[in-house]
Design a binder for this molecule. Structure first.
Ligand code: SF4
Ligand code: ZN
Length: 326
């Protein structure tokens, strides 16, 4: 009787997303009893169980990461840096699901053929989930988009993009207690390896579930509640709850050093399945000592041009802006 009722029930978009995912995914079918594993012959009941199970496991992982590293509290006024990509959309979805005071913040770097689509998705997502969205753009702030900035300054696209985006975020976040970012375990393991190869200990000290080697009143703490979630888990969760996974990636990404590291890590994980987890766990063991070193060395002062925290007289963003204007 109950089964018949369920069979007649109108299928929701979440169900459809899950079904599509379920029919092509071995990850979920592996978790089912042998009798339910046939790709197309899975019963609706088994699908619903697996749906609830998979989503709940990932919700729990998000909440346990938040608790383990004391990332967020219900009293916090939270900003979520949202690009419209799957990672930041999942971070936004989960943060808004469990915390009451959440605003999405989107930055338009003016990257043609890429950012328009992700921003459009971020707007749609926030409308559908009734989340407030604030938008800021390189064009409004610096007078031009990233491609023009790179042409004028000759800088590395990702470094320039990162410095200006952080500066713009920081400028507009003074009223918030925390900024959530969508960094996953994969992002973090890649960053640890990149810093090791470049022997960049100061950048290494900034990694971790709470970014930054030092606290400063001018910095809103950035936290990573997806820190212990793998890329494939985030994709799975996105499919389960109906978040669109955009295929397009930033045109500058193909030049990124990160891409080579990603490929090497993928090879390494074939030999050592938990390699990424081991990398971040070992990084966390070393982190207190690295941070202690950098917090005892010269601290932050204020940039003489813009007033934002800076280790030098002028911050990196203001140096880029000077090059743009010359
Ligand atoms: Fe910016 Fe590089 Fe990311 Fe593109 S790939 S959005 S240029 S940091
Ligand atoms: Zn400055």
């Amino acid at each position: 009787m109950r089964t018949a009722k369920k069979r007649n029930r109108k299928t929701s978009s979440s169900d459809r997303n899950f079904k599509r995912y379920f029919e092509t995914s071995e990850t979920v079918t592996r978790n089912l009893p042998a009798s339910a594993r046939g790709k197309r012959a899975v019963s609706e009941c088994a699908q619903e169980h697996a749906f609830a199970f998979s989503a709940a496991v990932l919700d729990k992982k998000f909440l346990s990461t938040v608790k383990k590293y004391a990332l967020l509290s219900k009293k916090d006024k939270i900003a979520v840096a949202c690009s419209g990509g799957k990672d930041s959309s999942v971070a936004l979805y989960l943060t808004a699901k469990y915390f009451p005071n959440v605003t999405a913040i989107a930055i338009d770097e003016g990257i043609p053929g890429y950012r328009e689509e992700t921003l459009e998705y971020a707007r749609k997502f926030c409308r559908e989930h009734k989340i407030k969205l604030e938008e800021y753009s390189f064009r409004k702030e610096f007078g031009m988009g990233l491609p023009e900035i790179i042409r004028r300054t000759g800088g590395n696209p990702c470094t320039t993009c990162g410095v200006l985006r952080r500066w713009l975020l920081n400028k507009n976040l003074s009223g918030y207690d925390k900024v959530v970012t969508g960094h996953s375990m994969d992002d973090e393991a890649e960053a640890v390896l990149m810093n090791l190869i470049k022997a960049n200990l100061e950048e290494q000290a900034k990694l971790g579930p709470v970014s930054g080697a030092r606290r400063h009143e001018g910095f809103t703490p950035r936290v990573k509640p997806l820190y212990l979630l793998r890329e494939e888990e985030i994709i799975r969760y996105a499919h389960l709850v109906g978040i669109r996974v955009l295929k397009k990636s930033c045109p500058y990404r193909k030049n990124a050093f990160r891409l080579s590291i990603q490929k090497e890590l993928a090879k390494l994980e074939k030999e050592i399945p938990d390699a990424k987890l081991q990398i971040i766990q070992n990084h966390l063991k070393a982190l207190p000592k690295i941070r202690a070193y950098f917090s005892s060395s010269a601290g932050y002062s204020k940039c003489e041009t813009c007033g934002q925290p800076s280790a030098n007289r002028k911050c990196r963003a203001c140096i880029i802006v000077e090059k743009i204007n010359n």
